[in-house]
Design a protein around this ligand. Structure first.
Ligand code: KG4
Length: 342
């Protein structure tokens, strides 16, 4: 089954062709990062406009690069939630028109389920059940992936998402937007024990976490240094910050892996590209005899191939939408079955 998949939930416009949920025929991504960099974060209105400008050309390019014709497409999939509502609506409306014009089913997909599915593309042998930590710019969730379309939240952040924390910290360090990769690069030469940064603790759920205190601690350090006219060791601050984020994520996730006993852990989302976090998870999994799945860099960030992969399993489970499909800025991952929602 060949699925044409569309992703436009934030600042990447993406169109992919995916076969049977596991094979990427082509994956075209247009990143708007440069358009938003000057503002230090994503401007929703600019994001929506840019999606409108490129989405049709990107779909044409996907067909050309994939070497397929419109007649080869069996279904159209689209990210319908969660994300920036205006940005989502561009993709949803494009996908509705495409599905109607081609006379094929339309499959709505939850964005974070897509991030999890990036691992199905990278690892043909991976099948549920497994634990997944989804860490991106807008989400930080520890999930029990019981089946392809049966995903339960075990815990997550109570405030900022991990990626958001990276981006805000990068701004304080003058590293620009998006800040995850520059912090990761800067951290390579730093001493991760030079700055003692707080790791947020949340009382009533062992899998919940908090990143706002960490962000505030870095802001306070930077301001205090500025007021005293002191030079910050930026590389060591970046390294200490990466360590603090990792120390927040790894023990909680490993506790979930131990409790559920699946022996399999997947990590997904843009922050899964972080070298410190990848390394710490690899060490923890090796120690506990757990198989770790982390997508290659190009599948960590937003892309449409992951939407096409998840869409295949959503389709098999009966998810369909009509031309009245809406988009949702917020939607729980466990409720995103799109049966009767369209
Ligand atoms: O998954 P993604 O592309 O978009 C969302 O669905 O949110 O994730 C984007 C986030 C940004 O916050 C970005 O700074 C972060 O992923 N990121 C990283 C790295 N590369 C991207 N964070 C830490 N280390 C990295 N190497």
């Amino acid at each position: 089954m060949l699925i044409l998949a569309v992703e436009s939930s934030c600042d990447e416009t993406a169109v992919a062709l995916v076969r049977d949920g596991r094979e990427i025929v082509t994956d075209q991504i247009f990143s708007q990062a440069a358009l938003h960099a000057v503002y230090g974060g994503v401007v929703p209105e600019i994001a929506s406009r840019s999606h409108v400008e490129v989405i049709s050309q990107l779909a044409d390019l996907a067909l050309e690069k994939g070497g397929v014709t419109r007649k080869d497409i069996d279904a159209v999939a689209v990210t319908a939630a969660p994300g920036l509502i205006g940005a989502l609506l561009v993709g949803v409306n494009f996908a509705k028109s495409a599905a109607m014009a081609l006379g094929v089913p339309l499959i709505p997909v939850h964005h974070v389920r897509g991030h999890i599915a990036a691992n199905y593309l990278a690892y043909p042998e991976l099948e549920p059940p497994f634990v997944c930590l989804a860490i991106s710019g807008g989400n930080t969730l520890i999930c029990d992936v019981r089946d392809y379309t049966d995903v339960h939240i075990l815990g997550g952040t109570r405030d900022d998402a991990a990626g958001e924390c990276f981006d805000k910290t990068a701004r304080v360090l003058g590293l620009g937007y998006p800040g995850g990769k520059p912090i990761d690069d800067l951290a390579q030469t730093g001493d991760d024990r030079k700055y003692i940064l707080p790791i947020g603790h949340v009382d009533d759920n062992p899998y919940d976490m908090s990143f706002s205190g960490l962000k505030t601690a870095v802001i306070n350090l930077a301001h205090t240094a500025e007021q005293k006219g002191e030079e910050l060791d930026r590389a060591s601050l970046a390294a200490s910050f990466c360590r603090a984020v990792s120390d927040s994520l790894v023990p909680r996730t490993m506790q979930a892996v131990r409790t559920l006993g699946y022996g399999k852990l997947a990590v997904a989302g843009g922050v899964a590209a972080n070298s410190r976090i990848r390394g710490d998870f690899q060490r923890a999994c090796d120690k506990e005899n757990v198989t770790l799945y982390v997508p290659p860099m190009r599948l960590c960030g937003d892309n449409a191939a992951m939407i096409g992969s998840q869409a295949y399993y959503e389709y098999l489970a009966g998810a369909r939408a009509g031309t009245d499909l809406n988009a949702w800025a917020n939607m729980e991952i466990s409720e995103a079955n799109f049966r009767g929602r369209a």
